[in-house]
Design a protein around this ligand. Structure first.
Ligand code: ADP
Ligand code: ADP
Length: 225
């Protein structure tokens, strides 16, 4: 079954008197272990689509199903619980908490999900070791390079063993070599844990390394070769 299914999703914004139809009729299914690149120009609606898929925003019409469960009639609290249990997010800028160490940033979401501190920090350290950041565990984000910050953000996103990973330009802020490295880390993690991933990117070289490529045209999904 699909991890994520978007059915006839529509979303518009208002800008003064104007109506902007950003998503018109979005249909997309993503299966376990599948990596999908979302490649489209700025303003096409990629972030809006990821926010709706990630239960951060509600659509005007249509249905978002996570592991076959329809979410449009759920309460905000139910959607938040489902999101925390099943979805990991990575943004262009890391959004790590500046006052906390790398280890704590990765442990915190697990503690919010009910793990005790020792278990959460143990798993956080394992992830840091796996990402070759073990020696950086006690560093704050400002003490890490851009690539290291983004790898910590990846560790945080996967720490709760999500089924679905959503990433919005995760390498957009990195130089090409670092981008390649961070992206490779992301792909390895996704493939090893059978995660479904949707990654919005402008980088066609990276998109080529994913299982599928889709774009947004006039508010609809089009599959690319
Ligand atoms: P992308 O991620 O592809 O750049 P976005 O989903 O961020 O696209 O935005 C799509 C369009 O919707 C843009 O024209 C943007 O200005 C507009 N938009 C996004 N969020 C809002 C909002 N909250 N209010 C009004 N317009 C918005
Ligand atoms: P990059 O070449 O990847 O951008 P930087 O030149 O920013 O890396 O950093 C090189 C190394 O120095 C990194 O491993 C980073 O952890 C460390 N570092 C960078 N800034 C600081 C800092 N303010 N305090 C401690 N360590 C830092």
């Amino acid at each position: 079954d699909a991890v994520l299914e978007l059915r006839n999703i529509a979303r518009h914004y208002r800008e003064g008197a104007a109506r902007l139809d950003i998503l018109v009729d979005i249909n997309l299914s993503i299966y376990p272990g599948e990596t999908v690149a979302l490649v489209a120009p700025s303003g096409a609606g990629k972030s809006t689509l990821l926010h709706i898929a990630g239960l951060l925003e509600r659509a005007d019409a249509g249905e978002t199903l996570i592991n076959s469960a329809p979410t449009s009639k759920m309460s905000d609290a139910e959607r938040t619980n489902l999101r925390r249990a099943t979805i990991g997010f990575i943004y262009q800028f890391h959004h790590l908490l500046p006052e906390f160490s790398a280890l704590e940033n990765i442990a915190l979401p697990q503690m919010i999900n009910g793990l005790d501190r020792q278990e959460a920090e143990g798993r956080a350290q394992q992830l840091l070791d796996y990402l070759r950041l073990g020696a950086r565990a006690s560093h704050r984000p400002s003490e890490l390079s851009g690539g290291e910050q983004q790898r910590v953000a990846i560790a945080r996103a996967v720490a709760n063993a999500p089924h679905l990973l959503l990433a919005d330009e995760p390498t957009g802020n990195l130089d090409p070599r670092t981008a390649e490295h961070v992206f490779a880390t992301l792909m390895t993690l996704a493939r090893q844990s059978g995660l479904a991933a949707v990654i919005a990117t402008h980088n066609l070289d990276l998109a080529e390394q994913m299982d599928r490529r889709v774009t947004l045209r006039d508010g609809r999904i089009e599959e690319l070769a």
